[in-house]
Structure formats: C-alpha cells, structure tokens
Design a protein around this ligand. Structure first.
Ligand SMILES: *[C@@H]1O[C@H](CO)[C@@H](O)[C@H](O)[C@H]1NC(C)=O
Ligand SMILES: *[C@@H]1O[C@H](CO)[C@@H](O)[C@H](O)[C@H]1NC(C)=O
Ligand SMILES: *[C@@H]1O[C@H](CO)[C@@H](O)[C@H](O)[C@H]1NC(C)=O
Ligand SMILES: *[C@@H]1O[C@H](CO)[C@@H](O)[C@H](O)[C@H]1NC(C)=O
Ligand SMILES: *[C@@H]1O[C@H](CO)[C@@H](O)[C@H](O)[C@H]1NC(C)=O
Ligand SMILES: *[C@@H]1O[C@H](CO)[C@@H](O)[C@H](O)[C@H]1NC(C)=O
Ligand SMILES: *[C@@H]1O[C@H](CO)[C@@H](O)[C@H](O)[C@H]1NC(C)=O
Ligand SMILES: *[C@@H]1O[C@H](CO)[C@@H](O)[C@H](O)[C@H]1NC(C)=O
Ligand SMILES: *[C@@H]1O[C@H](CO)[C@@H](O)[C@H](O)[C@H]1NC(C)=O
Length: 312
C-alpha cells in the first residue's frame, strides 16, 4: 500500500516536472528554461548546451562557450538568444506554430567524452490577445421596429474563444443573447477573427445599454465598449381620444374668459381712464433702467398668454 502511494506520488511529480509550461505572446519573445543548478560551478568552456524542439530540430547550440550554428535548423536561425545567468533560451518573434514541447540538454566534456549531466522539458504556449470586441449596428432597423440587429467582432486572437454573446442591460434587468460564433482563421499566422450577428427586441420605453462579451475561458471575458440606446422620445405616443381634446379646449376657453372678466371688473373699479397694467409699471419705473426690464417682463407675460390661447 505504502509502496503504491509512493509510486503514484512519484508519477505525479514526474508528470508535473515534464509539463513545465511557459507562456508567450504572438510576435513577442518566449522563454525556454533549462533550470540548470550547476552545483559544481562548471564553466561554459567545459559544457555543450543545446535545445531541441519536439521534432528534434535544433534551436541553439553552445559548444565550449561558442555558438555553433551548423546544427541549427534554418527556421530558428537568428531567432534565439541565450541568457547565461538564468540558463534560459529566448525565442523571438514567436508564432502560433511554435506552440509545443522543447528540451534543453547539458553535457559535460570529460576525458572519456561527453556526459549528459542535465536535461529538461518545457511546453511553450503561444497566445494572442483578441482585440476589444466592437459592436456595429445594422442601420435603419431600429427606426421601424423595436428589433435591433447588430454584429460584434473581434480580431487576431488565439486560441479559439469559447463563445461570444450580447448582454442587454436595462435599469432593472439583464438579458443575454447568444449566437453562432463565426470564425475565420488566417492560414499563415493561424490567428482567429470572430464575429456574431444577433437580432433581439429592445424595450422602447427604457434606456438600454448593450455590451458584447467575448468569453475566452470560463472566467475570462473581454467586454466591448457599451452601446447606449436611449428610450424613444414620446413622439408617437398613443393618440388622445377626440372627446378629451374637446373637453380640454372648453376648459381653457372657460378659464381665459373668466380671467378677462375679472381683469375688466378690476379696472372699472380702479380708474376711469383707459389704462392697462403695462402702462402702470412703465410710469412707476420711469427714471431708472428698470423701465425696460419691467416692459420686457410685461411683453413676455403677454406672449405666453397668447401662446396658450393659440395652443387651444
Ligand atoms: C510584430 O511586431 C512588429 C513590431 O514588433 C510589428 O511591426 C508587426 O506588425 C507585428 N506583426 C504582427 C503580425 O502583429
Ligand atoms: C565559480 O567559478 C568562477 C570561475 O570559473 C569563479 O569566479 C566563481 O567565484 C566560482 N563561484 C563559486 C560559487 O564557486
Ligand atoms: C494580453 O492581455 C493580458 C491580460 O489582459 C496582458 O497582461 C498582456 O500584456 C497582453 N499582451 C499583449 C501582447 O497585448
Ligand atoms: C436601409 O439602408 C440601406 C442603405 O444603408 C438601404 O439600401 C435600404 O433601402 C434601407 N432599408 C430600409 C427599409 O429603409
Ligand atoms: C439582421 O441583419 C442581417 C444581415 O443584414 C439580416 O440577414 C437579418 O435578416 C436581419 N435580421 C432582422 C431581424 O432584421
Ligand atoms: C422592469 O422594467 C420593465 C420595463 O422596462 C417593467 O415592465 C417591469 O415592470 C420592471 N420590473 C420591475 C421589477 O421593476
Ligand atoms: C481579420 O481581421 C483583420 C483586421 O480586421 C483583417 O485584416 C484580416 O484580413 C482578417 N482575417 C481573416 C482571416 O478574416
Ligand atoms: C491562404 O489563403 C489564401 C486565400 O484565403 C490562399 O490564396 C493562399 O494560397 C493560402 N495559403 C496557404 C499557404 O495555404
Ligand atoms: C435616458 O437617458 C437620457 C440621457 O442619456 C436621460 O436624459 C433620460 O432621462 C433617460 N431616460 C430614462 C427613461 O431613463
């Protein structure tokens, strides 16, 4: 039992060691570690160091401290640099095709020949960040109906995302609209462009905010900038029944007549002369500049009254 457990632990340790992962971004520099402890403080002169890819193609070789390009595969020439302090090989201008497993070997030159003293595998994982998703409205669909029709797209990413969907937020609700992910892959760079087309209803009476969500992994998303659609202005409000309009008109007429009647009665009791309120104000403020202001006030008052009468 104890032996079996030990074996399982060892297997886990070995598999863990074998799958050391290193991430790199497309078109940038990746690191292929060797993790050589160099406990004997060997100098580079005594060593032969090289890296191989999973197809046994040589990326880099250091022989007696000198770079040896003879064995290096053409596709790696000029793309590597060796960091002596960390025993790491840097691979420049990383492509999606560089994804894979790499091995580092260190041999010690002894009298009896080369002796392997260290070896390590690592997996290079190449990623490319998708661009921020962009919402594009398919025009003139909104004017007529409350159905909105849009596309959302994001470009030049890797690996393939899980899904893309639209999130509709109103003041009090959130709804998601899924769609089939359309993807196209560049046959040289292997990067993906993705997009969706979605149609869905929007509530016309509230402001809505639309986001496009690109789901890369279960917990990793990229959001588009928000797309806001304001509530429709209440121009095409339901028509008011005719009889209500008539009642309103009658009410207004009644009020106006009543007001005029009251004013006329006041004047009769005050002054025999044919004066009105505007003139009275004018006389009072004669010397100062206030005259003009008062007159303006009077005119405005007059205008609003005539406007309301017209409106009826
Ligand atoms: C790779 O990076 C260089 C600059 O470092 C840039 O000019 C080039 O456009 C990039 N290529 C791609 C395919 O992104
Ligand atoms: C390792 O060797 C170098 C010379 O090859 C020496 O300068 C250095 O001090 C040595 N380091 C240790 C920790 O022994
Ligand atoms: C990609 O995105 C990650 C996380 O958002 C960020 O840390 C990284 O710098 C980005 N890389 C590039 C090359 O844009
Ligand atoms: C929508 O706009 C396109 C041009 O952008 C036009 O050809 C088409 O007739 C319009 N459709 C409607 C229903 O207005
Ligand atoms: C949305 O736009 C697409 C592409 O223009 C069109 O095929 C589809 O019929 C439209 N859907 C609706 C509901 O208008
Ligand atoms: C949420 O808003 C909708 C209209 O936008 C409304 O019909 C509904 O009653 C609201 N619900 C709550 C709980 O406020
Ligand atoms: C992906 O999008 C980029 C940028 O919009 C474009 O240049 C490229 O042609 C597209 N590639 C594919 C395979 O659709
Ligand atoms: C890549 O695709 C283009 C068309 O999209 C084609 O003309 C070209 O031959 C393809 N290249 C390779 C290497 O398959
Ligand atoms: C919608 O948003 C506008 C500003 O963008 C605001 O003036 C208006 O009051 C909002 N309407 C509702 C119904 O929330």
């Amino acid at each position: 039992m104890g032996l079996r457990n030990t074996l399982i632990v060892m297997a886990l340790l070995l598999s863990g060691a074998a799958s050391l992962k290193s991430h790199a971004f497309f078109n940038e520099t990746g690191e292929l570690p060797c993790h050589f402890p160099n406990t004997q403080n060997l100098s580079l002169d005594e060593l032969v160091i090289f890296w191989q890819d999973q197809n046994k193609l040589v990326l880099y070789e250091l022989f007696k401290g000198q770079e040896k390009p003879n064995n290096v595969h053409p596709k790696y020439i000029g793309r590597t640099s060796f960091d002596q302090d960390s025993w790491t090989l840097r691979l420049h201008n990383v492509q999606i095709k560089d994804t894979g497993s790499y091995q580092c070997f260190i041999h010690h030159r002894r009298s009896q020949g080369l002796v392997s003293i260290h070896q390590m595998s690592s997996d290079l994982i190449v990623l490319a960040n998708f661009s921020q998703p962009e919402i594009r409205l398919i025009a003139n669909q909104t004017e007529k109906s409350n159905i909105i029709n849009l596309t959302c797209s994001s470009t030049q990413g890797y690996p393939e995302p899980q899904k893309m969907y639209v999130r509709l937020n109103t003041k009090n609700s959130t709804s998601n609209y899924d769609a089939v992910l359309k993807k196209s892959q560049n046959n040289i760079t292997e990067l993906y462009n993705v997009s969706i087309s979605v149609s869905f209803p929007i509530p016309p009476e509230t402001n809505v905010t639309i986001f496009c969500v690109l789901q890369l992994e279960p917990t990793e998303i990229i959001l588009s900038p928000p797309y806001n659609i304001d509530a429709k202005s209440p121009v095409p409000s339901p028509p008011v029944p005719d009889h209500i309009l008539w009642i309103a008109a009658l009410l207004v007429v009644f009020i106006v007549c009543g007001t005029v009647f009251v004013i006329l009665r006041k004047r009769k009791t005050k002054q025999p002369g044919p004066s009105n309120e505007c003139e009275i104000i004018k006389v009072e403020g004669k010397e100062s500049e206030q005259t003009e202001k008062s007159l303006v006030g009077c005119r405005l008052w007059g205008r609003t009254e005539s406007d309301t009468t017209e409106a009826t």
